[in-house]
Design a protein around this ligand. Structure first.
Ligand SMILES: *Cc1c(COP(=O)(O)O)cnc(C)c1O
Length: 228
């Protein structure tokens, strides 16, 4: 299958999942995860109507973005070191992976330099997996008011990368927990904190994520094929 055919199939699956749970498909945005894929693949996806792309490595994004002539939108979804934050300013419209105060402070500092505001999500490590980034739930609850005070940063929601499971049903409890956590944070009504976005669901479990309220699904393999 071509990238265009795979994208069409995914869009159909998104619409079907939305129909099953009575959601508007326009409320679910597809982030095409193009890490380790060439600019030509991104151009091809763009010709097939895909505008939004997600990248996981700053260096790769820096090298690849100038090679993509199409007017695409970028999200940053990977682990982020504070010293690389400056390269994302003016390039990405959302950072999905903020998991500590020092990182939020650096984003704040960099975006303030051009008097703009960075949209960020807090990455939550629900299963407290050593191998994954993200703050634990109790840490997130502490981080939210601290980050909310920073100028130049706006918290738009939460992101998670749950433990891998063959059967998406096994991941559903994590998606549900992320939604509950967002509801709990939203109930506090802090200025500078919106809980509009839930970034969850990947190639093998995005339909379950949609049923549990995902607004951003991050799909790589199912669009671009396996990565080497
Ligand atoms: C690579 C990656 C994805 C996409 O995973 P696929 O299984 O290829 O769809 C989604 N989210 C994050 C954070 C990733 O690093």
């Amino acid at each position: 299958m071509t990238i265009s055919e795979r994208l069409a199939a995914i869009r159909r699956r998104i619409e079907n999942a939305c129909a099953r749970c009575d959601r508007d498909p326009n409320d679910v945005r597809l982030v095409a995860v193009s890490k380790k894929k060439p600019a030509a693949d991104i151009e091809q996806a763009h010709r097939a109507g895909q505008q939004l792309f997600g990248e996981s490595y700053v260096q790769e994004l820096m090298e690849k973005a100038p090679l993509v002539a199409a007017p695409v939108e970028w999200h940053f979804i990977g682990g982020l070191q504070s010293n690389k934050v400056k390269y994302l300013r003016g390039r990405v419209t959302l950072i999905h992976s903020v998991d500590r105060l020092s990182l939020a402070r650096e984003i704040s500092r960099q975006w303030q330099k051009e008097a703009s505001v960075a949209d960020i999500l807090l990455q939550v490590n629900l299963a407290r997996e050593e191998s994954k980034r993200g703050a634990a739930e109790d840490e997130v609850l502490e981080l939210v008011p601290q980050i909310a005070e920073l100028p130049g940063v706006r918290i738009r929601g939460l992101m998670t990368l749950p433990p891998y499971a063959e059967n998406p049903e096994d991941v559903r409890p994590y998606f549900r927990r992320l939604r509950r956590l967002a509801e709990q944070i939203a109930a506090a009504g802090l200025p500078g904190v919106e809980m509009r976005e839930l970034s969850m669901g990947m190639s093998h479990d995005f339909e379950t994520a949609i049923e549990e309220g995902a607004t951003l699904i991050r799909i790589g393999t199912a669009i671009f094929g396996a990565r080497n």
